[in-house]
Design a protein around this ligand. Structure first.
Ligand SMILES: [Zn+2]
Length: 348
């Protein structure tokens, strides 16, 4: 079968090539790939900056935002041939740490977890893949190709669960939420927040393209420019850019008793505010700054239910490009109006 593989930490090694059929040891369920979403992590792996091959191997099959169709349900008692499924990305560490031991591998304490398509397990960018019954999620068939958005939705499902959990530390009646960054994660966050009784705002650099209209279609308000220029202090900020200045401004802008959830990963940035001043603002306003990554099985379940509630037409507009596997290089390229690009292996 054909797969998109890469030699991690080596730039220029990605290729679409013939590899053996998936090993039965990878799980009793055999799946035909329908589509795989592409994100910044895939680009980083291809650029040689990130990623680990499976033990004893030099190459890694790329891809973690999966959608597939069951060929053989194997040991699963709930799946049948033809069901649309997605594969959970992370696996618990082998020790396991206390969090992995109770199924909270998203909160792994020793960093020895593994991840399909990223860290030591082959991913989903192959014509066929195998998976264990406990790590597969059947999706609402009416989602079709949109099921490929479930993985990014799990990330936001966990992040918002963190926000709500932290909110319960005191009497809390949030009225406004701000999402910074209108990429797939930011737009899905805005969608999820729009289901709550909240005034939702989204801030992004893009002045044109599809983003402003996608935000307005949710009944939310679209902003460009600086967080500091907003005329309100958000009770919740979901930060999806990972950009230093946006994070610094968000810490300053979040309202009294507010929660800033950091869901974007970036690097560098020049501090424009003294750390002591940032801390003082957080103390005097009882603010919480929380980081959130990955998702466990509960979030996958909630994400697939949540996504099924979205307007299909709106969701469909998030997938701005579909590329064939042999054109994976084009899929990894960022174009100005891209939101989510997917590599399509077969028709849904
Ligand atoms: Zn762990």
């Amino acid at each position: 079968m054909k797969a998109i593989t890469v030699e991690p930490k080596k730039v220029g090694t990605a290729r679409f090539e013939e590899i053996p059929e998936p090993n039965a040891g990878e799980g009793s369920i055999l799946v035909e790939a329908v589509a795989v979403g592409v994100c910044g992590t895939d680009a980083e792996i291809v650029e040689g900056k990130y990623g680990w091959a499976p033990p004893g191997k030099r190459r890694l099959v790329l891809g973690h935002e999966s959608l597939g169709r069951v060929i053989d349900p194997g040991a699963s008692r709930s799946l049948k041939k033809g069901d649309l499924v997605v594969g959970i990305v992370r696996r618990p560490d082998p020790v396991p740490c206390p969090n992995c031991a109770v199924g909270e591998w998203d909160m792994c304490r020793n960093g020895r977890y593994t991840e399909r398509g990223i860290k030591e397990i082959d991913g989903f960018m192959s014509e066929r893949w195998r998976i264990e019954p406990e790590y597969v999620m059947k999706i609402d068939p009416s989602l079709g190709i949109l099921g490929v958005l479930i993985e990014p939705m799990t990330v936001i499902t966990k992040a918002l669960e963190q926000v709500v959990t932290i909110g319960q530390r005191s009497f809390w009646e949030p009225k406004s939420a701000l999402v910074t960054g209108a990429g797939p994660i930011g737009l899905l966050a805005a969608f999820r927040l729009s289901l709550l009784e909240l005034e939702v705002h989204v801030l992004d650099r893009a002045e044109g393209g599809p983003k402003p209209e996608l935000v307005r279609a949710l009944g939310a308000t679209y902003h460009t420019g600086s967080v500091l220029d907003l005329t309100f202090e958000p009770d919740i900020i979901v930060e999806c850019t990972g950009a230093g200045p946006v994070i610094a401004d968000s810490i300053h802008k979040v309202g009294e008793g507010g929660i800033l959830c950091l869901a974007g990963v970036g690097s560098g940035g020049i501090a424009t505010r003294a750390v002591g001043d940032v801390a003082a603002a957080a103390v005097l306003k009882n603010n919480v700054i929380v980081g959130s990554v990955n998702a466990n099985k509960r979030h996958w379940y909630k994400a697939s239910k949540g996504l099924a509630r979205a307007d299909r037409k709106w969701l469909g507009r998030l997938i701005t490009r579909r590329e064939k596997p042999e054109h994976f290089n084009q899929a990894l390229e960022r174009k100005p109006d891209d939101i989510k690009v997917v590599i399509q292996f077969s028709e849904v």
